[in-house]
Design a protein around this ligand. Sequence first.
Ligand code: TPP
Length: 213
Amino acid sequence: MPKIEPRADSSFLLESLDDYATIRKDWDSHAKGLAEQTPIHLEYLAALLNEFGSDNAIFTCDTGMSTVWAARYPRMTRDRRLLGSFNHGSMANAMPHAIGAQFAQPGRQVVALCGDGGFSMLLGDILTIRQYELPIKLIIFNNSCLGMVKLEMQVAGRRLLHDLLFLLTHGNFYRPHAGVSSKVAMSKIGHRGVPYWADVGMVSTYKYRRQIQ
Ligand SMILES: Cc1ncc(C[n+]2csc(CCOP(=O)(O)OP(=O)(O)O)c2C)c(N)n1
């Protein structure tokens, strides 16, 4: 770096290292002694990923609270990489980043730290992972909300409701069994003022009137 003047005084560096050691202790204390806790503590899970990640693992993280966990817990060594949407801050990037990384580096372990909001936003991309049999590890930090936005809204005194993965498996989600007629399936809609999801299996052998040449 030719434009930077070399300095002999390392006091700023030493002070910064000291600050980091203090804050490191604090972060580590958030992830300690939580092994038996259920539901699993998010910080503890992130710290575990450090342990289970290989020496040259590629980590990716979503924009949201998992950016914070990824920055604090998986230690970045010479051969590890951390990919995120750090300039644009766009949501739902951890899974597509992981797909790209695994294609580019097939021999490396790729671990994606996804938010439940980010994951649900690009849910369809798991088809790509299955189709190409990519050995990506997707870890969903499911805090049942858009955590980072929830924090911002709490500051503004507002409430945010979002738990897509929960809504898909509970509440008014209905998947008719084989043999249930479409009339019965639709009769479940009801008229209560609540949302309703019906996942209705269809016959996929359409007969096209005009064949594509
Ligand atoms: C495309 C896009 N939409 C919205 C936002 C604003 N935003 C930033 S973080 C976030 C919440 C992310 O939720 P989730 O993936 O569940 O992660 P959590 O913060 O809960 O860990 C939102 C909505 C954004 N950055 N990008």
